[in-house]
Design a protein around this ligand. Sequence first.
Ligand code: FMN
Length: 150
Amino acid sequence: MIHQLVYYSRNTVSDSDRAMLTNMREILSVSQRNNSRDGITGFLIFDKTFFIQILEGERAQVTETYNRIARDSRHSTATIINVRDVPGRLFPNWTMGGAMRTPEVQEVYLRHGFGGALQPNRLKSDQVVSLALDLQAFEVSRRQEQKLAS
Ligand SMILES: Cc1cc2nc3c(=O)[nH]c(=O)nc-3n(C[C@H](O)[C@H](O)[C@H](O)COP(=O)(O)O)c2cc1C
């Protein structure tokens, strides 16, 4: 069994798109380094107001990682949506994938019924997982297109 934790938090970093993108890149880069060491995989959704993250791995590592993340001053009021054991990883190839909400990915949000701002306190973890899987698929096909074009 794999332990899965889904939480949301509020972004505390400046609201300029550039600052937020830099911040997101820094978070993903540190996450990828630490998570590959700790056997954690998952996905980070960032809609500019909120972060919503899925962490999956061994129970002790997931708990330790979440406790470390929750203390980070780049966000506040981390709130767990759901913790559960699942039969397998949903993001096996992603030590931490992530997508900031940009006009480019808006179509993915729309497909999931999120035209406006996310209200994470109303989200169920399955909705989060299904949005994250679609954002991941979008990112994979975008990278493939970039590769073909280069
Ligand atoms: C929204 C958010 C998500 C994060 N996700 C992860 C993560 O998945 N793994 C991780 O190691 N750090 C994550 N971090 C960063 C941690 O809070 C912390 O800065 C980092 O783990 C410290 O790593 P270091 O001790 O190697 O410098 C995240 C931070 C934020 C704000």
